[in-house]
Design a protein around this ligand. Structure first.
Ligand code: HH2
Length: 302
């Protein structure tokens, strides 16, 4: 949590995004106001699933999940992202009841953490229960694309939202992803979703954009989005990137998911150099080290 924020700069289509002194921004989410810009924030992933692609899911043991949440905060997570549904390519669709049973008991046991918790869901029932149980951010891989209810929930709770781009659905998104201009199309889509979020009453300082690495994208699409992340930052909102252990790293290195840490750290460093404000990762402690070095070079942060 931070103190004062300063003036404002023009953002997408004349929207003003408040920026603090020395180019910093803020992300307002529930009772938290996170400072961005001076250093990169690390979002630690806590999957409450049996089938997450990274193999790190904790399933059916809320006590162990709470322990893991504390470990991630101890390792330096600035935000915890909790999800009860795997969205890896071809994953099984989970019904809202099951997702609720996975997520809510853990949130209730976590109580008031020192960092904001985000809930990774596309379902209004899950978002509502999670925001009531203590979550401060909705991380929506559909970019609030599954009906107007989600946006009103976020606005009503004063929560933050991560709007992610995805082409297709997790079930079919990797079949034949196609773009004329992936960077332009993703930026245009996210600008439109941010506009819709604001029209629904979500404040500009509560919106973060995410290109959705691996969500309906080929290797070339992912590389173009990371290389041109600055185009997304120009939309006028903070940018979050999730590259951790993803298959494009396997495609480039030949490594299986359990040994993609080095490749993941390289992608984090480049994402920071290209304008990422928040990185979503499984390996928080190791990422903090990469972020400290990248931030010192890119932002002059010590
Ligand atoms: N990636 C995953 C899930 N949620 N949310 C955002 N905003 N950005 C991402 O890149 C992103 C995300 C996939 O990673 P993971 O949660 O580890 O896998 P799974 O969906 O298989 O549980």
């Amino acid at each position: 949590m931070m103190g004062s924020v300063g003036g404002s700069v023009p953002g997408e289509q004349g929207l003003a995004v408040n920026r603090g002194h020395e180019g910093s921004l803020v992300f307002r989410c529930g009772r938290f106001c996170l400072e961005l810009g001076r250093r990169t924030l690390v979002m630690g992933v806590l999957n409450l699933t049996p089938d997450s692609f990274s193999g790190d899911g904790i399933h059916g043991d809320p006590g162990r999940a709470v322990e893991r949440a504390h470990e991630l905060v101890e390792a330096g997570a600035d935000i915890l992202d909790i999800g009860g549904e795997s969205t890896r390519p071809g994953s099984a669709i989970v019904d809202a009841d099951l997702e609720l049973r996975r997520v809510v008991p853990v949130l209730e046991r976590l109580g008031e953490l020192s960092v904001p918790i985000s809930v990774d869901t596309r379902r209004a029932a899950v978002a509502q229960a999670a925001l009531t149980a203590g979550a401060s951010i909705l991380n929506d891989i559909s970019g609030l694309g599954e009906g107007p209810q989600l946006a009103s929930l976020v606005a009503g709770a004063g929560a933050g939202v991560v709007l992610m781009h995805m082409q297709g659905t997790p079930q079919d998104m990797q079949r034949d992803p196609h773009y004329e201009d992936v960077v332009g199309q993703v930026a245009t889509f996210l600008a439109a979703r941010a506009r819709a979020a604001r029209e629904a009453g979500i404040g500009p300082e509560s919106i973060v954009l995410d290109p959705g690495i691996g969500f309906g994208k080929t290797l070339e699409h992912n590389l173009a989005l990371l290389a041109h992340l600055d185009a997304l930052a120009e939309v006028g909102y903070p940018v979050l990137v999730g590259t951790s252990r993803k298959s494009f790293i396997g495609q480039l290195t030949g490594q299986p998911v359990e040994t993609r840490l080095s490749g993941s750290l390289a992608s984090v460093a480049v994402a920071i150099a290209r304008g990422a404000d928040i990185v979503r990762v499984h390996d928080v402690r190791e990422t903090r080290q990469a972020v400290a070095v990248a931030d010192a070079i890119v932002r002059g942060a010590r």
